[in-house]
Design a protein around this ligand. Structure first.
Ligand code: HEM
Length: 99
């Protein structure tokens, strides 16, 4: 859920794949990503608790957590961009050129 829906959104908003599809068609992604993330965080914390001293000191795990936080932080501006009223105007594309 989380990875699939994020991919669809990132391909459209960040890489401009399928530009003809209006951004408003991607609103569904945010509730799906939120539910997927919630499930992942809950189950992730359960896995963490099982062996907290191991994971709490493992550098790869801490890197993973930093990436999870970065991806959520990235989602916030992406969400406001997609939900913005005039987001369907291609002039407002992230990284797009004003015409
Ligand atoms: C706050 C969020 C998260 C926490 C606390 C967390 C915690 C953990 C922990 C402790 C493990 C090790 C489990 C073990 O081997 O005993 C793990 C494994 C894993 N996590 Fe997360 N995780 C989180 C979010 C995510 C996210 C967002 C993804 C991917 C989208 C993800 C994907 C995975 C995968 C693929 C594994 C390997 C599973 C396995 O070894 O069977 N996790 N996670």
């Amino acid at each position: 859920m989380l990875v699939g829906a994020s991919w669809v959104l990132d391909l459209r908003v960040l890489l401009g794949v399928n530009r003809r599809v209006p951004l408003s068609a991607y609103r569904w992604v945010f509730p799906v990503v939120s539910i997927g993330l919630l499930v992942n965080v809950v189950t992730g914390i359960m896995l963490f608790i099982k062996n907290a001293t191991k994971w709490g000191t493992a550098t790869p795990f801490l890197v993973k957590m930093a990436l999870v936080i970065a991806s959520v932080a990235m989602l916030v501006p992406l969400r406001s961009h997609v939900l913005r009223n005039d987001a369907d105007n291609e002039d407002n594309e992230v990284g797009g050129q004003p015409s």
